[in-house]
Design a protein around this ligand. Structure first.
Ligand code: SAM
Length: 339
C-alpha cells in the first residue's frame, strides 16, 4: 500500500513534538488502559501511522466522512489493526454529545482521548483520484461531496443558486475578489447549457477574470473551487461545531492539535482556543468576573507553527499549513498562563 499513498502528511515532526508528551505518560498506570489518540481527519492515515509507530501501546480512532479514503487508510494501517479503529462519520457528529456518556457508542473509545488531531480540508487523493471534480485541472463531474449521501453537490450549487447567492458563496468561502464577475459568467452560461464538469467551470472562470489575474500566481479557479467545496460539505460550520466539544472530551493534561490551510479555518481555531484559554466571558470593562468561567486549556503555541523550509521544498503544498496546539487543564485549575 505504501507506494499507493498520495498524500504527504504535513508538519509530521511538529505534530509529534506537540502531541507526543500527552501520550507518553497516559495510561502507564494500568495495562488495560492504553493511551488514546483520536485522529479527527484520518485521510490516508499518514499522521495516524506516525503515532502508531512511535507509541507501541497507543490506540487510535480515525474519523473520516469519506468511505473510500477510509478503505485506503485501513489497508495502510493493517500492521496496526489491533490498535486502530476507523469510523465513517463527520467529526462534528462524533464529538457532538458529551463524550463520557456511557450510552453513546464511541466505537471502542471507552475513555477520554489523551490527544486529538485535526488536519482540515481534503487530501491529495481527492484531487488526484476521487473523480469528484475537486480539481480545476481535471475534466470530471462537478460533485465535490465527501459523503455520497449529502443532498447537494457542486453541480447543484452552480446551476441552481441565484446569481447573488452564488457570488456570496464564492466571496465568503473563497475570499475571491472577482466573485461577482465569476457568478455573472456562470449565470449567463447556464442559461444556455448546464455547467456540469470541473473543466467547464474552470473555463468559464478563466474567461470572466482580467487577463492579469488569469495568468497570475495561482490558477484563477483556485478560490472558486475552494468555496464550492466548503459550501457542499459545510466545512466551516463543522469546524465551529467541533472544537469546543472536542476540547471538552479530552482527559486532563490531554492535548489538541489543529492544522489549518487557509485563514478562514485558522481564524476560527485561533478564536476558539483563545476563548477556551480565557474562560471568563464577562465584558472586558467589567470591574470583576461575575460569569464564574475558568480557563479550560493552556495554549502551547503562541503563534501558529509553520512548516520548515525543508518540508516546503519536499512538499510545496505544505506552505500554507499552520498548526496550533493547546493542553486541557485539570478541572480545578487555578488559572492560565496565556502566552
Ligand atoms: C487533509 S486530509 C487528512 C490527511 C491525514 N492527516 C494524513 O496524514 O494522511 C483531511 C481528511 O479529512 C476528511 N474530512 C474533512 N472534513 C471532515 C469532517 N467534517 N468530518 C470527517 N472527515 C472530514 C477528508 O475526507 C480528508 O480525508
Amino acid at each position: 500500500m505504501k507506494s499507493d499513498v498520495l498524500h504527504y502528511s504535513v508538519l509530521p515532526r511538529e505534530v509529534l513534538e506537540y502531541l507526543g508528551p500527552a501520550l507518553e505518560n497516559a495510561g502507564n498506570d494500568q495495562k488495560d488502559n492504553p493511551p488514546l489518540l483520536i485522529d479527527g481527519t484520518l485521510g490516508e492515515g499518514g499522521h495516524s501511522e506516525i503515532f502508531l509507530k512511535e507509541f507501541p501501546r497507543l490506540h487510535v480512532i480515525g474519523l473520516d466522512r469519506d468511505r473510500e479514503i477510509i478503505n485506503r487508510a485501513e489497508k495502510r494501517l493493517e500492521p496496526y489493526s489491533s490498535r486502530f479503529t476507523a469510523v465513517n462519520v463527520w467529526f462534528d457528529d462524533f464529538f457532538s454529545d458529551p463524550f463520557t456518556d456511557p450510552d453513546i457508542d464511541r466505537f471502542g473509545a471507552a475513555k477520554s482521548p489523551d490527544a486529538i488531531l485535526f488536519d482540515f480540508g481534503i487530501s491529495t487523493y481527492h484531487y488526484e483520484l476521487s473523480g469528484r471534480g475537486f480539481s480545476f485541472s481535471k475534466d470530471e463531474p462537478l460533485d465535490m461531496r465527501l459523503d455520497h449521501d449529502c443532498s447537494i453537490n457542486a453541480e447543484y450549487i452552480v446551476n441552481t443558486y441565484d446569481q447573488d447567492r452564488l457570488a456570496d458563496v464564492i466571496y465568503q468561502y473563497g475570499e475571491e475578489r472577482y466573485s461577482r464577475r465569476i457568478a455573472a459568467a456562470i449565470a449567463k452560461r447556464r442559461k444556455m447549457k448546464a455547467v456540469s464538469t470541473s473543466a467547464d467551470l474552470a473555463d468559464i472562470i478563466k474567461g470572466s477574470v482580467p487577463r492579469s489575474y488569469r495568468y497570475g500566481r495561482i490558477h484563477p479557479a483556485t478560490r472558486t473551487f475552494q468555496a464550492l467545496r466548503i459550501e457542499v460539505n459545510g466545512e466551516l460550520d463543522r469546524i465551529d461545531r467541533v472544537l469546543e466539544n472536542a476540547v471538552n472530551s479530552l482527559s486532563p493534561g490531554g492535548r489538541i492539535g489543529i492544522i489549518s490551510f487557509h485563514s478562514l479555518e485558522d481564524r476560527r481555531v485561533k478564536q476558539m482556543l483563545r476563548k477556551l484559554a480565557v474562560g471568563c466571558v464577562c465584558p472586558p470593562d467589567a470591574p470583576r468576573c461575575v460569569c464564574g468561567g475558568s480557563p479550560l486549556v493552556k495554549l502551547l503555541t503562541k503563534k501558529p507553527v509553520r512548516p520548515a523550509e525543508d518540508e516546503v521544498l519536499e512538499n510545496p503544498a505544505s506552505r500554507s499549513a499552520r498548526f496550533r496546539c493547546a493542553e486541557k487543564l485539570p478541572a480545578d485549575n487555578g488559572g492560565n498562563d496565556e502566552e
